[in-house]
Design a protein around this ligand. Structure first.
Ligand code: E4P
Length: 218
């Protein structure tokens, strides 16, 4: 299972990378805006800075929504660094663009996926990754994890090579359930990754070990 961090914050990316468990990064226009990054040059430079921090797989999202625009923007993003994965929304022209990118060897992440039908289209078009948004489905009282399970079954049935990149992960149980179901990748905020470290029995156990060692050794 691969771990991606879902942020455009360089400090958080470095912290996750330094843990030694990071396989990639996902960003989106909202996350870039949150960091105060605006203007084409600044945005491209920020993606480059992210690429410099990690080994591979940095999702950079296009803003265009028409085929020509998506292709132009996606190629510009792909040129930044070999680590870039072009993130394309699940819309009609997005699917067409994914097919073309795939034929040209440009890796893609099909984003904003909320149904098994959309996931089938993304895989048929040749997306490298598909991003179902679990938390946003839960927000509207639909079961986000059920979508991951349906996608796993469908992709297995047909040996689709597209990787399931579970996104919009809000807490550790989302992540654990995705691991059980067999999502290929999870992308989540740093807080979810660091929460995995915590267990009260680890803390009390370590405290006791250290106290006993001190008693015995002075
Ligand atoms: C995925 O690539 C998205 O950036 C992200 O996971 C969206 O999560 P949110 O619903 O918490 O904004």
């Amino acid at each position: 299972m691969q771990f991606f961090i879902d942020t455009a914050n360089l400090k958080e990316i470095k912290e996750a990378y330094d843990l030694g468990i990071l396989d990639g990064v996902t960003t989106n226009p909202s996350l870039m805006a949150k960091e105060g990054i605006s203007g084409k040059e600044n945005i491209l430079n920020h993606y480059k800075a992210i690429c410099n921090l990690v080994d591979d797989k940095v999702s950079a999202e296009v803003i265009a929504t028409d085929l020509e625009g998506i292709l132009k923007e996606g190629k510009e993003l792909a040129k930044i660094d070999d680590k870039i994965v072009v993130k394309v929304p699940m819309i009609k022209d997005g699917v067409k663009a994914i097919k073309k990118f795939s034929a040209e060897g440009i890796r893609t992440n099909c984003t904003l996926v909320f149904s098994p039908g959309q996931a089938i289209l993304a895989a048929k078009a040749g997306a490298s990754y598909v991003s179902p948004f679990i938390g946003r489905l839960d927000d509207i009282a639909q079961d986000g994890l059920e979508l991951i399970a349906q996608m796993r079954l469908i992709y297995n049935n047909f040996n689709f090579e597209t990787e399931i990149l579970a996104a919009s992960i809000r807490h550790t149980m989302h992540l654990i359930k995705c691991a059980e179901i067999g999502a290929d990748v999870v992308t989540c905020p740093l807080s979810v990754i660091t929460s995995l470290l915590k267990h009260p029995l680890t803390d009390s156990g370590l405290e006791k070990f250290l106290a006993d060692h001190k008693k015995a050794n002075g």
